[in-house]
Design a protein around this ligand. Structure first.
Ligand code: ADP
Ligand code: ZN
Ligand code: ZN
Length: 675
């Protein structure tokens, strides 16, 4: 019964639903309420269905009369799956991002645990808990900077503290993580390491696996549902002392939490861009507080937010200013493209450099932030441009597949043979993507082995690993690729890096464009000359006097950051203020803007004066995948005031009940203002 000696038990449950609150249930009749713990899953009636929820709290009062509450159908676990710290993190996440708590749970529990249980119970999922047996030898002599960083972190292993490990690429940051983790393991605790994209950097995992003879639980997008659950259980039970994963691994429960490490903390992939739009980096710091453990954020190009947090003394800065071992930092050069002969978008001067490096036996990396053959197909007679039917965007021509594709919605059409407007037959392909550069370079260097790395060439399982392996064995001399090549790899024989389309990002719409460009340039540059061979980095541009470029190549990232921070402060942009973006979308063009306008005028009188509202305006790409999009930007220097304003807006949305199938979503601390 519900009442044991007049005490009443109420289960406060997070139920997968778009509603932004929890639901109260009475315990199932056949279960002693004393055995019910927060963090257990519960099967509950919801509408006409039965769904799996998570008990957040066992309370003894409810806002509703207990006669009105429904009985839970069954308790699904014999012990709590989620410790208190994770339940607190879930609640915090739901409040901070104003996101339905039931959907936060969907981001936390592995898929197999969110379904109504079939015949298999959780106890039927067994993992192999034996530690791998291997000989570990490590001959690396730490340098002074590394020693200092390690000592400082080790001095704070039993408390919350956030560190920014700021070290140029190849300075030995990973070595610092490895030494700290060794201590964590010695103390019988667990280390949670987040990396941007595991599939791109199989080497990272290999380095951890080589160094420790303990179980490592790995999370990435290519796991099967069962593998994912087994990794999750190993983390939760404490069977795996090391947990490595991408963004969503931040919610993994740990039995003995010891440290959280975010590698490449500036990376955009830590921000989820759909559904629950959370930043795994920011949640890591919050989680560190809740668990009372240290958090290390590492990067060669830290985000302005993290640098600002160092300035505000919220984070402790640890610096590794020099490359480890004998490696020397690369030198930077601008290639002025103006009035030069261009071959498929490559300047003559640059070709000369490529030849030189190849002749000297070096590998050359050509970076271009754009896939496909050509981004524009234009009619030579009437200037018609091939565009996507569903988006305000151009179609990219892909030569190998012989089609044109929209990179925003995935739509595909056949390559037109004549202009649909004027029937003219001369259609020109403007601009170059990686596919075109590859073809051009193969023609220019017929005897040189070349490989291309982008999403088109690495779709097949293991294809990326094979290409990377080939690069390391020296099978290729020229590497052409997109940002997939920029991240984390260690290519000791690359002596030259060329970035072809710097200009594209110099004039971006977003206030973060320049920050991202600087990070990208430094990251790509970081692939060069990582071993004994010094590297050279060439940036092709039509704007060789652009202050941002000059600042970056002459003063380095630090000097760039200082300028950028000044600009942000003047403009009162993050990190000097906080932003929230409310986006709405619908099939009817006018209706979306109208909805936001009505909302604004309804809410305006209630809003605090410290909030600035920009918009509503149509999104930069107004139409995407058939939806018209508009947005409202909220800005404030006061986080509390911003959160309050959002609550007011949300109340008003509830009252307005958007019609015309308008969907809306909120993005707190948006990484990009124009999605
Ligand atoms: P980061 O993570 O900062 O890019 P890594 O830790 O990957 O740098 O180090 C780059 C390379 O230098 C690796 O091959 C690593 O084994 C080596 N290395 C790291 N620390 C040292 C050191 N103190 N002496 C010599 N080599 C080192
Ligand atoms: Zn035409
Ligand atoms: Zn499209």
């Amino acid at each position: 019964m519900t009442n044991t000696k007049n005490k009443i038990y109420i289960l406060r449950v997070a139920v997968p639903s778009p509603l932004r609150h929890t639901f109260d249930y009475l315990p199932p009749e056949n279960v002693s309420p004393k055995n019910i713990k927060p963090g257990m899953r519960v099967l509950v009636p919801f509408g006409r269905r039965e769904v799996v929820g998570v008990i957040l709290e066992v309370a003894n009062h409810s806002e509703y009369e207990s006669t009105k509450l429904r009985l839970a159908s069954a308790i699904l676990d014999s012990e709590s799956l989620l410790p208190k710290s994770i339940l607190d993190l879930i609640t915090w996440t739901s409040n901070y991002y104003h996101h339905p708590i039931g959907d936060v749970i969907n981001n936390v529990l592995p898929n197999l645990l969110r379904k109504k249980p079939g015949k298999k119970s959780i106890e039927d999922y067994r993992y192999d808990a034996k530690n791998p047996q291997k000989k570990i030898k490590n001959t690396i002599q730490l340098n002074e900077d590394q020693k200092k960083a390690i000592t400082i972190i080790k001095n704070h292993l039993n408390e919350f503290k956030a560190f920014l490990l700021d070290g140029v690429t190849g300075s030995g940051k990973t070595e610092v993580y490895l030494r700290v983790i060794a201590e964590i393991i010695a103390q019988k605790k667990q280390a949670l390491i987040l990396v941007p994209e595991i599939n791109l950097t199989p080497q990272t995992i290999a380095r951890f696996a080589e160094r420790f003879s303990v179980k490592i639980a790995v999370f990435h997008s290519r796991l099967t549902l069962k593998e994912r659950l087994l990794s999750w259980l190993m983390a939760k039970d404490g069977a795996a002392p090391i947990i490595i994963g991408t963004r969503s691994a931040i919610f993994t429960p740990l039995k003995n939490p010891g440290i959280i490490i975010i590698d490449e903390e500036h990376d955009l992939s830590f921000k989820q861009q759909t559904g629950l739009r959370y930043s795994a980096r920011d949640l890591a710091v919050m989680r560190g507080k809740l668990e009372n453990i240290p958090v290390v954020l590492g990067s060669a190009t830290p985000s302005l937010e993290s640098i600002y947090n160092v300035k505000r003394k919220r984070y402790v800065e640890l610096k590794l200013p020099e490359r480890a071992g004998n490696a020397i930092c690369p030198s930077f050069h601008l290639v002025d493209m103006r009035s030069q002969k261009l071959k498929n978008g490559i300047a003559e001067n640059l070709l000369i450099q490529i030849k030189k490096h190849l002749a000297d036996g070096g590998q050359v990396l050509i970076f271009l932030n754009r896939r496909g053959f050509a981004p524009v197909l234009i009619c030579h007679h009437c200037s018609w441009v091939a565009g996507c039917k569903h988006c305000d965007a151009r179609l990219t021509m892909h030569q190998k597949q012989q089609h044109m594709r929209c990179h925003h919605c995935g739509a595909i059409i056949r390559i037109p043979t004549k202009c649909p407007e004027c029937a003219g037959e001369k259609l020109l392909m403007l601009g170059a993507g990686t596919e075109r550069i590859e073809i051009a370079l193969r023609e220019l260097f017929p005897d040189v082995k070349l490989t291309r790395i982008d999403r088109d060439t690495t779709k097949r399982k293991n294809s990326l690993e094979e290409i990377l392996d080939g690069i390391h064995k020296g099978e290729y001399q020229i590497l052409v690729g997109t940002q997939m090549l920029a991240k984390g790899h260690h290519f000791p024989n690359v002596t030259m890096v060329a970035v072809l389309n710097v200009d594209q990002s110099l004039f971006g719409f977003d206030f973060r464009s320049s920050e991202h460009l600087a990070q990208l340039v430094m990251q790509v540059a970081g692939r060069a000359g990582r071993a004994e061979k010094p590297g050279q980095v060439y940036l092709q541009t039509h704007n060789p006097h652009h202050p941002l470029l000059l600042n970056l190549i002459n003063g380095g990232y630090v000097s760039f950051v200082n300028n950028c921070l000044e600009e942000r402060q003047t403009a009162r942009l993050p990190p000097y203020s906080y932003l929230a973006l409310l986006q709405a979308e619908g099939k009817k063009q006018g209706a979306v803007l109208e909805f936001l306008t009505t909302l604004c005028s309804a809410a305006k009188s209630e809003l605090n004066k410290t909030i600035e509202i920009f918009g509503p305006v149509p999104a930069t790409m107004e139409r995407k995948a058939g939806y018209f999009r508009a947005q409202l930007l909220l800005q404030s220097q006061n986080r509390e005031a911003l959160q309050q304003a959002i609550n007011i807006l949300l109340d008003n949305i509830d009252k307005l009940k958007p019609k015309n199938n308008i969907r809306w979503f909120l993005d707190i601390d948006p990484a990009e203002l124009s999605g």
